[in-house]
Design a protein around this ligand. Sequence first.
Ligand SMILES: [Zn+2]
Ligand SMILES: [Zn+2]
Length: 371
Amino acid sequence: MGRGMQAAVLEAQGTLEVGPIEIEDPRPGEVLVKVTDCGVCHSDLSIVDGAVPGPTPVVLGHEAAGVVEAVGPGVTQVHPGDKAVLTPLPSCGRCYFCTRSQPTLCAEYSPALFLNARPDGTSPLSRDGAPVFRGVGMGGWAEYVVLPQEGVIKVDDDTDLAEACVIGCAVQTGVGAVLNTARVEAGATVVVLGAGGIGVAAIQGARLAGASVIVSVDPVAERREAALRFGATHAVDPGDTDVTAYCFDLTKVGMDYAFEAAGQAALIEQAITTVRLGGTVVCVGAPPVAQGISIPMVVGFTITEKRLIGCLLGSVHAQRDIPRFLALAKAGRLDLAGMITDRYPLAEVDAAVDNLRQRRGLRTAVQVAAS
Ligand SMILES: [Zn+2]
Ligand SMILES: [Zn+2]
């Protein structure tokens, strides 16, 4: 069995079409969620535009919230009617990586993220009997999703899902990069390259960590202004300022931490030049797969003891971090509402994606249903 629903299907590179597809009933351990809201992330745009290749037809969207509609056999974590924030990257809790506190590398679920399917390679989505891929672990630009119960995090009944959806990727990634991946300490100096949804989340993370200096770098004036509202102490236009010289003038020694949050490999090279001896560069954004970096190893790393670290979805443990970030939002310490600068109905998903392509606003969300 299963049900019909409306979904935005990427038919081929650049072509998104909203129309009817089918979604299976939840299998054992799975949950069917009625989606209310789902953000538009750079990782979706990269697949739409072909910078990151992926299979088609596929339903993208991986930053969603909704209400549990039905549960499969053996589901104990959530019940029909529960409000939930969804994560594109659950963790099994049992594998080599999960048991070493690296749940975003989960051997069961992280390969599924890149398969755009279940861990066994099947998809709960289909059209006229042919499979439709579940993009980036979720397929949230649709009326329903089927996810493993570990990916469906129950939240309080009074949670505003239209705001909370942004936790699923932007906040988990940006705040997680600062608090989990880098473990920025109070008083540290931080530069964040890029001030879109992930960038402003990283800025908020740095503020929560107690960073003393937070430099935001972005070519778009309104994003720099937003960065200052979210807690940046300085905002710089890389078009008219030498960012590395600026960071050294400001701190005398260079920054303690740099976060690349724009998904451009060249900015990782720049980030390495902004940090002090022994400083840490965190690769938060996902550049096009063909892009690499070129750095002189001796002065880049060996004698300078700099560290370059990767970061997948903020190294989060979703079961721990989604409630933690929501609690910070409820306490007024994490601004979710301000991150979402535009909303479009599912039928206008193309316009929502174009907003990101044109770098308009911070986060654009697709409003699928009223919560
Ligand atoms: Zn994302
Ligand atoms: Zn695992």
